[in-house]
Ligand binder design. Structure first.
Ligand code: FES
Length: 319
């Protein structure tokens, strides 16, 4: 994975438990271009990799802006960025990648839950600049936990934005009304905690919105990388040597192979970074990552063996 060294040019408190980091190139050169909905991997001090969406205007080339929520159950990633990362620090990031891109549409409806506002904010800026029709629903627990509230209120799209606060019943989001009429020229975009995404997506599907018009992005590693009760032992065969290995429930393929001297590079080990991406020669992987897109999953010609398993009893991999 291409790594860039960038400088933390600014760090700001945006809301309770949320800071923004402005990342600038070290040598003044333009940063790689990105499109609305893109994210970068941040190589967090301490060895973790975390993904953060870019929230600034995607026509800017001098900086990337990310928003970081202090996670309650953090393994150290968000805490390191909150507590141990300061203005002037150099950090490593990946080039931007987008699996949550805007689609050409007559109208867009944007839904953000909590820190899920970051890619949605970038989308709102892009849609506004393109004079596209859209509405933006931003749900959060309380006003003082609503990152970028003041920026949105003073933006050109303030009139298209509705805030929904958990502690103000009168602002409750009425999904029945918002999603009542599926329209083939309208696309939906959802980002936030898993429960929020599931709720909006389920509601949209229940009233007939086609899957192809519902786009969402989860932030954390997919929850299903934890072993499932239904997981079975399957076999992995190396295309290069023909060796076959049993992969029992609860054991990552990479770990089993590593024990037998077959090394596939890993980094996050939770399906986020793509470091372990490996080709599939035969069989159908059971994708459990958040790295590949749904389209890439459907092709089944590559997978992430750090967390994914197999739907077939034998998986032949390009190793
Ligand atoms: S090691 Fe990061 S996706 Fe597998």
């Amino acid at each position: 994975m291409l790594q860039l060294s960038v400088k933390v040019a600014k760090k700001r408190v945006e809301a309770i438990d949320v800071v923004s980091l402005e990342l600038a190139s070290v040598d003044g050169q333009a940063l790689p271009a990105f499109t609305a909905g893109a994210h970068i991997d941040v190589f967090v001090p301490g060895g973790l990799i975390r993904q953060y969406s870019l929230l600034n205007d995607c026509t800017e080339s001098s900086r990337y802006l990310i928003g970081v929520l202090r996670e309650q159950n953090s393994r150290g990633g968000s805490v390191a960025l909150h507590d141990r990362t300061q203005e002037g620090d150099l950090i490593q990031i990946s080039a931007p990648r987008n699996r949550f891109a805007l689609m050409p549409a007559r109208r867009s409806i944007l839904f953000a839950g909590g820190i899920g506002v970051t890619p949605i904010l970038c989308m709102a800026k892009r849609l506004q600049a393109a004079q596209s029709d859209f509405e933006f629903h931003y749900c959060s627990r309380t006003l003082d936990r609503t990152a970028f509230h003041d920026e949105i209120v003073s933006s050109d799209f303030a009139g298209r934005t509705q805030f929904h606060f958990d502690d103000q019943a009168s602002t409750r989001m009425d999904l029945d009304a918002i999603l009542s009429t599926p329209h083939e020229q309208t696309h939906l975009y959802v980002c936030g905690p898993a429960g929020f995404i599931d709720c909006v997506v389920a509601h949209a599907q229940a009233v007939g919105w086609p899957v192809s018009q519902i786009h969402f992005e989860r932030f954390a590693a997919a929850e299903h990388i934890e072993p499932l009760a239904s997981d079975q032992t399957f076999q992995v065969k190396l295309a290069s040597t023909g060796e076959i290995f049993d992969i029992p429930p609860g054991e990552p393929i990479t770990r089993v192979l590593d024990r037998h001297g077959v090394f596939i590079p890993v980094s996050c080990e939770e399906g986020i970074c793509g470091t372990c991406l490996t080709g599939v020669v035969e069989g159908v992987p059971d994708h459990r990552d958040s790295y590949l897109t749904d389209q890439e999953h459907a092709v089944n010609d590559q997978f992430t063996p750090c967390c994914s398993r197999s739907k077939t009893s034998l998986l032949v991999i390009d190793a």
